[in-house]
Design a protein around this ligand. Structure first.
Ligand code: C5P
Length: 226
């Protein structure tokens, strides 16, 4: 497939989602928020009464069940909305608990492979901007541009705090900081598709940058590649 892909990977609340959406908009490309797919699996598991705590996940058939759940869930993306089995779950997915559940189920290899085809389907003309943890390393290894986005932990906790408050969720900044450190730790240390920059990724620390400045940097890199 010669359809261009731009990957933006990085830790929790590093700004990936915002920047990926802005970049896709600028270029007229499709957008893949791969984290939403893992959040969907977490939510679907909860709805199906499948436990996702560490102990439950150690049982081999639990991992298989989660994989089956991931391949059988009916997902529909309509504009800015995400439907799970025809229910609009857009807001639910943004909660901190959905993020934590996502982080737990995402360590299950059966879940990751079940979501692979779904992610590849997003690669359509004229191009795709994909954000996540393993876009550049596993899902789109042939992507033309791979950006690994970072920002300081305190900066990321502040951003997440602002985001949650603006959506009407209750949030405490110290809890968020502890949560995101825990999530990064789990995402980086798992054996299957851990969070790490691809060898050919360009690193961008956006702690001191505005959204516009970060987009400009990525557009400059993109022009260099095309
Ligand atoms: O990016 P977001 O916070 O929505 O991702 C939620 C969780 O899904 C992450 O903490 C990570 O564990 C998992 N994830 C993943 N691979 C991706 C995207 C997200 O494992 N490509």
């Amino acid at each position: 497939a010669n359809i261009p892909v731009i990957c933006i990977d990085g830790p929790t609340a590093s700004g990936k989602g915002t920047l990926a959406a802005a970049l896709a908009h600028r270029l007229g490309y499709h957008l893949l928020d791969s984290g939403a797919l893992y959040r969907l699996v977490g939510l679907a598991a909860e709805r199906a009464g499948l436990a996702t705590d560490e102990t439950a996940l150690k049982a081999e058939n639990q991992a298989d069940r989660l994989g089956e759940l991931a391949s059988s869930m009916q997902v529909r993306f309509t504009g800015d909305h995400i439907l799970l089995n025809e229910e609009d779950v857009t807001e639910l997915l943004r909660s901190e608990s959905a993020g934590m559940a996502a982080s737990r189920v995402s360590a299950v290899p059966q879940v990751r492979s079940a979501l692979l085809g779904l992610q590849h389907d997003f690669r359509q003309l004229p191009g795709l901007v994909a954000d996540g943890r393993d876009m550049g390393t596993v899902v789109f290894p042939d992507a033309a541009l791979k950006v690994f986005l970072t920002a300081s932990a305190s900066q990321r906790a502040q951003r997440r705090h602002k985001q949650l408050i603006s959506k009407g969720f209750a949030a405490n900044i110290d809890d968020l900081l502890a949560d995101l450190i825990r999530r990064d730790e789990r995402d980086s240390s798992r054996s299957h598709a851990p969070l790490r920059p691809a060898e050919d990724a360009l690193q961008l620390d956006n702690s001191g940058l505005s959204i516009e400045q970060s987009i400009d940097q990525m557009l400059i890199w993109w022009q260099d590649k095309t």
